[in-house]
Ligand binder design. Structure first.
Ligand SMILES: [Fe+2]
Length: 234
């Protein structure tokens, strides 16, 4: 189990690195996809800019892209400092996650995307930078413009799914019906992916046996996650 700010680093056969860490009091999980040869470091929802910078600098790297699953404050807490430290960053999110009408609510953080996705709910688009190749699926319900991000052995679920649960649907901008349909879409995707890929949740909450693993396999999440089990397979 990762300590706060500790990194798990995996180098895949194709040379892409996947770094995973847990940060902060809300147990946020962050994932980075790195292609050293192309100088690409794409971080999903970085929680703490200083700790990310320190860890990357030790390895001779610096962030090039931020990818946002959604713009809730805990997921976007590293945004201001990241863009101050690295003003040339590409900042990506779904157009629907800009939520100007919801920014007065403390659950949201303003994120000025430099680039955005605009695809309809329950559809996916490819995103590439160097050798990093990811599928971005629009999965609203927990928050407007929520996306999941998968590729390179990882399904990063944001707050669509936790290991044994799913994100809240009682917040401003939440929509329970959309969440149901997004969970159904997520299940369809998970059923097509290799069962040994990692399902990395937006937060590290309790698993079915009371332990709190950083991630579980796709096989495990399909077998046990209560939200996924509530929906019949297609
Ligand atoms: Fe959230």
């Amino acid at each position: 189990m990762l300590g706060d700010g500790e990194f798990d680093k995996l180098v895949l056969n194709d040379g892409i690195e996947v770094w995973v860490t847990l940060m902060g009091p809300y147990l946020n999980m962050n994932t980075a996809f790195i292609d050293r040869s192309a100088n690409v470091v794409a971080i999903v929802d970085p929680f703490d800019a200083s700790r990310w910078r320190e860890a990357l600098f030790e390895d001779g790297l610096e962030p090039t892209h931020l990818l946002y699953t959604h713009t809730h404050r805990d997921h976007a807490s590293g945004y201001q400092e990241m863009t101050r430290l690295f003003p040339n960053l590409e900042v990506w999110g779904h157009e629907d996650a800009r939520v100007p009408h919801l920014l007065a609510h403390p659950v949201f953080e303003r994120v000025d995307f430099t680039d955005s996705w605009g695809h309809p709910p329950f559809e996916g688009v490819e995103w590439k930078a160097g050798g990093v190749s990811l599928t971005i699926t629009h999965t609203p319900g927990h928050a407007p413009g929520h996306v999941t991000i998968h590729g390179h052995g990882v399904f990063h679920a944001g707050d669509l799914l936790f290991t044994n649960g799913m994100g809240r649907v009682d917040l401003p901008g939440s929509d329970p019906e959309l969440q149901f349909r997004s969970i159904r879409k997520g299940k369809q995707i998970l059923e097509t992916l290799p069962g040994n890929w990692r399902m990395i949740p937006g937060h590290r909450y309790d698993w079915i046996d009371g332990t709190t693993p950083d991630w579980v396999s796709i096989d495990e999440v399909l077998r046990h996650n209560y939200a996924l089990k509530s929906i019949a397979s297609q």
